[in-house]
Design a protein. Sequence first.
Length: 441
Amino acid sequence: MSLKIEFSDDKISPWSGFVLMKQLLSKLEMESALNNIGLPVQGSNRGHDPIQLIINFWLSVWSGASCFEHTEVTRHDEVLKDIFEWDTMPGHKSYQRYFNKFDQAKNHEVFTNLYQWFFSNLHFDNYTLDFDSSVITRYGEQEGVAKGYNPTKPGRKSHHPLIAFVADSRMISNCWNRPGNTGSANNFLSFMEDTIDNLSNKKVGLIRADSGFYSKEIFDYMENRSTPLNYIIACRFIRPLKVKMATQASWLKIDNGLEISESTYKANNWEQPRRIIMIRQKISDRPKAAGKQLKLFEDDYRWQNYRFSCFITNLSLPAKQVYDLYRGRADSENRIKELKYDYSFDSFNVNSFWANEAIMNFIMMAYNLMSLFRQVVIGTKIQNFLKTLRYKVFSIAGYIENTDKGRVLKLNLKSTRRTAFEGLWGKYQNISTPILVSLDP
C-alpha cells in the first residue's frame, strides 16, 4: 500500500508533558527569582529577555539538546511557546551571544544569588557535601584549555572543573571551571567557602572527598576554622601510609573478606597526629573490591591477596560507621556520569572561559530542578535518569485549544496513562515553599 504525505499547520508538540515543569517553575516563582539575581542585561531591544533565555535553555537541555545547535528542538515548538507564554523562541546563537556576557565577577554575583535562592526554598538543614573534579575534553582552542590528566583522551586539551554535591538531597551546590592542567585541590579552600556560602547559611555536617584533596593545608583549615568542619578524605598511597597498613597487626572482620582497622598517623610537617581508618579486602572473596594493592619493594607480593583503602578523619565515630559514611561518596561519581550523559554538561561550550563556567552552572541548576521534580512530584524510590523521564513523562503529543473556559492543553495519552498523569498534576496543589524533599517516599 502506498502512503502519501500531506502537511498541516496545526500546532502540535511532542513535548507537551513539560507543562509539569512549567507548574514547578511557577510554584517556585522562578521568573521573579531570575529577575533578582543580577543577570546581564541585553544591549539591544531586539534581544530576547534574559529570563526567557535561561528557562528556554533549561527546557532544551531537558528535551535532550547536547550542543547549542540542538536547542533548535524547542525553537520551532509552538505549543511549548504557548505553554510558557513566550512571544518568540530564540535560536541557538542567541544563547551563545548571551552567555558571552558573563565574566568572573558576574558569575560570582549571579550564581551565589541563584544557589542561595534555590537552597533557601528547601526545607532541609545539616548537609553532607561531596567534592569532586571532572575532566572535560575540549576539541578547540577555548580559553583555559590545557593538557593535563585526561584518563579517557590522554594528551588532549581539557578543562578541569570542581563540583560540589549535596549528597542528602542529590543536588549540586557549586561548580568552578578551571584550566585542564590544574590539580584537583587547586584553589579548593576558596571553592569550599564559596560553596558553603551558596547553601544559604545552612549547616554543613560532613565534608567528603577523594585522595586528590589529601592535603595538610585542607586538614588544618577545616579543623581550625571558626566553625570547624567534620571530614573524611581518602588518603594518598604515600610510602609511610603503605608501611602503616602493611605492619598493622590488629584487623577486625566486618564482612566476608572485609576487615577494618584504625590508628593515628603524623606526617613530618604536621603539628599533631590524625586518625586514619584502614580497610583491606580479600580479592578472592571480593574480586570487585575497590582499593589498591600494596607493593613496598620491587617484586614484593606479600600482600597481593588484598586491596587496601585508607581514610583520614576528625570524626570520633566507630571505624565501621566512618567507613560506611565514606562509601556514600561514590554516588558523586554517578552524578558526574549523569551530568555528562543526560545533561551534556561536557558538550555545551563557547570560546570564553567564564562563559563556559556560566553554562556549567546553569546546567547544574537544570539538574537541581529536575532532581526536585523527581522527589516532590514523581516521588518514587527509584530516581529515574532524565532520559527515562523524558520518554515516560515529558514526551507526550499535545496541542492547545481555545475554548469558552480558556486555553486547554489536549494531551494524547492512552486511558491507562491518563490517571497517572492527573495524579502528577494534582500534586502541585500541595506544594509550597520551603519544599520538603525526600529520597525515600
